[in-house]
Ligand binder design. Sequence first.
Ligand code: NAD
Length: 312
Amino acid sequence: MANKITIIGAGSVGATIAYTLSNETIATELVLIDINKKKADGEAMDILQGTAFRDPITVVSGDYDAAKDSDIVIITSGVARKPGQTRLELTKINVGIIKDIAKNIAQAAPNALYIIVSNPVDILTYVFMKESGIPENRIIGSGTSLDTARLRSLLAEECCISSKNVHAYIFGEHGDSSFVPWSAAHIAGISIKEYYEKYSPNKDTITFDPERIINYVRTSGGVVIANKGATFYAIAVSVVRLCKLLLSAHNSVATVSTMMHGEYGLNDVCVSVSTVIGPKGVQDRIILDLTDEEVEKLHYSAKQLRDMIDQI
Ligand code: NAD
């Protein structure tokens, strides 16, 4: 089946998503759009030349017109925080950028499904929904899908078990107030704590410590950026997985950021909870039987985002 995916922003994240997609069979046409046209041209050419030994795929750079008839549009454009700049100042700049993009891309690709990746992702997903006129169910923020990948990779590594057997999620903001609803987490039907203590080959050396684990997830992005300047491989794989789920014939569950309409008592904020997504975009949210403390954490996380929205 022919699928067209447009990526806005051909920086580290956008180009790596395009490269990862070029190694998969889910898209037949990739379009890269960037205000730095030369960068988009160079990335498209480099990625295209790497597809010589696979089935044909088109990889081009272009302007908004080139996004026409896209099945999925991924937004990764933005600017990074400069020294001395506050998070709020940066947010205001990236909000300005996405507002501008929203109008242009919604006109060019009104029927696409949208994945917002640029940070702060929950805020920009909210702004894109308000500005683009695209129906809410066709827009998802990558939200805590990357954080969930980081959590699962750590649990799988520490317990020496395939991450396919690890069912655990990160909920809330993609940021400092994210948390693990441990009451809903398990490895092959067994609580994570019990698995660490009974079945993990590392049980004598690695203990189950929820604080250590969430700290690892929350600080991973900062550690990678401190070491290599940016994070792009894990987010690219997470976003490509979302593309697969959206283009698949059936629904799947992912932790993505969507508009809340009373779920867990939350309204008018985009935040990540387990969400059913599929070919028609957002289908539903699964309301887990969370503990009171977990619901409190979700509300705290949503409040951080709501406060930020009020300030912009
Ligand atoms: P980058 O600086 O390498 O790339 C950003 C690109 O956006 C640049 O090429 C720039 O020219 C382009 N751009 C800026 N304004 C534009 C506009 N108006 N229209 C089109 N293109 C425009 O940055 P990066 O490392 O690729 O990161 C991109 C974004 O992704 C950042 O906001 C970053 O924080 C975010 N990110 C999100 C996650 C996540 O989990 N959600 C993970 C990693 C990075």
